[in-house]
Design a protein. Structure first.
Length: 81
């Protein structure tokens, strides 16, 4: 299931962004998933929700997904505190 590794990559990126900006919490994450990306949305969400619990920084983060045309997985917005 490559969705788990994609979720882990996203969480790693969130930790780096939070560190860069001095944030202590990631509250909201918005991503865009292309229709042709080959990503099973439910599996990606499950992976994100499972893995986010490993770090206090992301433990309470919510994930919002927008489906778009194309084949990308794009980090569109992050709300940090």
């Amino acid at each position: 299931m490559h969705e788990l590794s994609l979720a882990q990559g996203l969480l790693d990126q969130l930790v780096t962004l939070a560190d860069t900006h001095g944030a202590t919490t990631v509250a909201e994450v918005r991503v865009q998933i292309g229709e042709q990306a080959g990503i099973v949305t439910d599996s990606f969400c499950f992976g994100f929700d499972t893995l986010k619990k490993d770090a206090a920084l992301t433990r309470n983060a919510t994930l919002e997904i927008t489906h778009t045309s194309g084949s990308g997985l794009i980090l569109a917005q992050v709300v940090m505190e």
